[in-house]
Design a protein around this ligand. Sequence first.
Ligand SMILES: Nc1ncnc2c1ncn2[C@@H]1O[C@H](COP(=O)(O)OP(=O)(O)OP(=O)(O)O)[C@@H](O)[C@H]1O
Ligand SMILES: [Mg+2]
Length: 508
Amino acid sequence: MSTLAAQNPTPILSLEGITKDFPGVRALSAVNLNLYPGEVTALVGENGAGKSTVVKVLTGIYQPDAGLIRLHGEPASLSTPNDAAGMGITAIHQETVLFDDLSVAENIFIGHAPKARFGMVDWNQMNDQAKALLNRIGATINPTTLLRDLGIANKHMVAIARALSIDASVVIMDEPTAALSHKEIEELYLLVEQLKSDGKAILFISHKFDEIFRIADRYTVFRDGELVGDGVIGDTNSAELVELMVGRAVDSVFPQRTNELGETILCVEGYSHPTEFDDINFSLKRGEILGFYGLVGAGRSECMQALFGITRPSSGNLIINDEVVTPKSPADAINHGLVYVPEDRGKQGAITALPIVDNIALPSLKTTSNKGFVRMAQEYALAQQYTQRLELKAAALDQHVGELSGGNQQKVVIAKWLATQPKVIILDEPTKGIDIGSKAAVHAFMRELASQGLAVIMVSSEIPEIIGMSDRIIVMREGRQVAQLDNQNVSPERLVREAAGITESSAA
Ligand SMILES: Nc1ncnc2c1ncn2[C@@H]1O[C@H](COP(=O)(O)OP(=O)(O)OP(=O)(O)O)[C@@H](O)[C@H]1O
Ligand SMILES: [Mg+2]
């Protein structure tokens, strides 16, 4: 029996019967949730279960349709984000809204900058405080850098620093580690420990069970907007949590390859970039899944973006079907049957102000003559086919992508590119932010398309996914290709060693 349950402390914050409706969907249905001082409560549930909606209700972004929020036992009204911050509730959101044209320090302190005399912003103090906050989370980012010059992981560190710049008693983290590297994740765990010992209540949303069991004290499970279980983490296990989330047991076995590999379809020869990667060489066969493993910052995404024509290599050739193509633009790459599904779906992925069906069908059915019935039916059929396989959860196919949950937006981006029926697809962290049940669906679909002759390059930082899905694995470190491994007998240890550059003797 856990000591936690026995103590039965008073919550800092409670949700009582909170309901939130959107057109066509009840995102939250009379949910209860308590957050206790000095404790981490993990909130888990499938994509679209209502997790981020709770975060938005608690930060004054959405108003609940029914129910009560209590802070230190007193009813609290959180009508605006400023109210929430003023009452000591801060959040690191799943889709962070930061400003590319402002500096790191400005992004951290926008709305509550330290003031000098006459109400002017005290720039020196702001930069110093930003630096101190970033140091506290182990990030070495210059506070005067423009946000646009940072990579996705560092942008996320800025968002975390921003949340910490408000001295809060409730700290909410919505999938905070999805964009971070191993080292940054460790720093974040340390930070969570520190927040706990400072007596703060933490709500932690994640699809990663290993981290939930590592840092959480309690758990709460949502399914379709309803609370379906909660308790002390020591009293449950991952199989039980999955059952609660999905309503059934989930097969954790990766789909095996049953097809023969076809002819070589793609060759990369001596691909180099002045700063990001150097001398990358590999080939890929039809029906094959080639995994790219490495630490965040190893140059994998940069290399893929160059193959797709987003950036230009300084030297090297890309050969598709025996033809040297070396794309000058993404359009060029697409014309040659190569597509890239980016990791950062916000920036390069879906058009959030357009319906799901348009997002998926537009790149595939380019012949937009007149939008007659036949064409519309075609678009819906296409969107239907792909979203069903990826277990997309949406009210309707004409719903705007911006209204979907984070994981479901990710599925739209994958569907959109698969629907173009490419010869080669590059998937960059394909299951990031996707729940455990849908993950299995994405993996099964990837394997099935490969068996039909699609060649797949998969960049992933998740070792089980890399080992479970890849036929072959290339490891990159500091912009170089350091190993090419046949997946027959690769161990997780070997991958970590190669990625970190630890030789067997120095590891001993
Ligand atoms: N602004 C909105 N308009 C319409 N529907 C919305 C809006 N925001 C959320 N929803 C719907 O509410 C439901 C819950 O979404 P929410 O973002 O809370 O899910 P989530 O649990 O955070 O999922 P994920 O794991 O994918 O991030 C979904 O069906 C979503 O489509
Ligand atoms: Mg979410």
